[in-house]
Design a protein around this ligand. Structure first.
Ligand SMILES: Cc1ncc(COP(=O)(O)O)c(C=O)c1O
Length: 417
């Protein structure tokens, strides 16, 4: 049996990402990962191969059409396995925002006029707007609101809001600004006790952890693969027993194809195929850190990714700890919990300073070769609720970032915060 490695081999990780050896990006620190991540060779190679050799209508009987279908099917098999989902339970769509719109339309006929949908004001608008619009169709929309002092949600508040007419609760796994992890299994238990369904936006959490939809016990889980080291695309998990009750949104003659039900148009074929490269990347990390031993090979895909993400968690904690401690020491106002534990939050740190305005901070860091952002990041209800109408500055890191990059950011922030 191979001994578990002590830590993430960051040199090996970075060697998988061509961006780090691209001359135009040499010395650039990418700290806007919550907006979109870099992509490893495993993904780029599959995308290139698809465009070079199989860019035809897929699923033909022979030649490139057959190979294209096989490349897509490989992703359709690998990706659900890493989520602990069945093949039929995962839809590949253009984006999370579009997937929620399709899902809202598919769910509406399962509800009666006067039924209730609960949304938060912590979410990105992608997991609010499509549900709020259902109010125009006779549903009642209620808001589970954050604590205005912290930007955090409390499950007790949901317990007070949820009732006999609640059919759906929509919440983020971790907000793209507050970044604190919401207790999804606990929320799912409460929601299911009321016979309602749970939609989880995992866009800001999926880049940081293995997602096991069975353990989370949610009915829908959405995330965007362009933030999880893959091509621009949205993935939607739907529990099979729930999928059967939804109205078909695809062509009527495809109604009996579960994976077409929530994909009204054909997906981006090349992007679907290249999504398998994310799994190839995780498996390369697993092999590198745990060895090709029988024990390692016997691990299920979800367990392999979980093993990799245990190493990632420790590394991400090492990244965010000095940054959060610096910001707290300087009296910056951090959104969400200032706890530095990765079991509490993602390494996305949104804040405002009483000394320097948001735009000036972002400009100063850009001048130092560090890419961060400011604004509401499409969560205007959250920045409003916490009294920061001008938005926040956001530094968002992932596992390929280094402690040296964090040191550079702290040095650049030092005269400003
Ligand atoms: C938390 C969160 N949810 C949803 C979205 C929307 O994702 P997409 O661009 O795939 O629609 C984003 C995008 O930034 C996000 O951060």
């Amino acid at each position: 049996m191979t001994a578990a490695p002590a830590s993430l081999d960051i040199d090996f990780v970075r060697a998988q990402f061509p961006a780090f050896t691209t001359p135009e990006l040499a010395d650039w620190v990418h700290f806007e990962n919550a907006g979109g991540s870099y992509v490893p060779s495993q993904v780029i190679d599959l995308l290139t191969k698809f465009y070079r050799t199989t860019k035809v209508q897929p699923y033909g009987p022979a030649g490139p059409a057959k190979a294209a279908g096989e490349a897509m099917d490989r992703a359709r098999q690998l990706v659900p396995a890493t989520l602990n989902a069945a093949i039929d339970e995962v839809h590949f769509g253009p984006s999370t925002s579009q997937n929620t719109y399709v899902l809202a339309r598919a769910l509406r006929p399962t509800m009666q006029d006067g039924d209730e949908v609960i949304v938060t004001n912590q979410d990105h608008e992608a997991n609010i707007g499509s549900w709020r619009r259902l109010a125009d169709t006779g549903l009642t929309v209620r808001e589970w609101s954050v604590d205005p002092d912290t930007g955090l949600l409390h499950t007790e508040d949901l317990a007070r809001l949820i009732g006999d007419r609640t059919r759906l609760v929509c919440v983020t796994h971790a907000s793209n600004l507050a970044a604190t992890i919401n207790p999804i299994p606990e929320i799912a238990e409460l929601v299911h006790r009321h016979d309602a369904l749970l939609v989880v936006d995992g866009v800001s959490w999926a880049p940081h952890a293995a997602i096991d939809v069975r353990r989370l016990d949610c009915d829908f889980y959405l995330y965007s693969t362009y933030k999880t080291y893959g091509p621009h695309q949205g993935l939607l998990y739907t529990r099979r027993s729930v999928l059967d009750r939804l109205e078909n949104q695809g062509h009527y003659f495809n109604a009996d194809r579960p994976t077409a039900k929530l994909t009204p148009a054909g997906p981006d074929h090349a992007a679907v195929a290249a999504t398998a490269g994310i799994v190839d990347y995780y498996q390369a990390l697993h092999r590198h850190h745990f060895g090709p031993s029988a024990q390692a090979a016997d691990r299920s895909p979800v367990d392999q990714i979980a093993a990799v993400y245990n190493l990632v968690a420790a590394h991400e904690e090492a990244l965010m700890t000095p940054l959060i401690e610096f910001l707290v020491a300087r009296g910056a106002d951090i959104v969400g919990s200032p706890d530095t534990s990765r079991s509490v939050r993602a390494p996305t740190v949104a804040f405002t300073s009483r000394r320097t305005d948001n735009a000036a901070i972002v400009e100063a860091l850009a001048a130092a070769g560090i890419g961060i952002g400011h604004g509401d990041f499409y969560a205007p209800r959250l920045v409003e609720a916490i009294g920061r109408p001008a938005g926040v500055v956001r530094i968002s890191m992932v596992h390929y970032n280094t402690v040296a990059e964090v040191d550079r950011a702290i040095e650049a922030l030092d005269p400003l915060i």
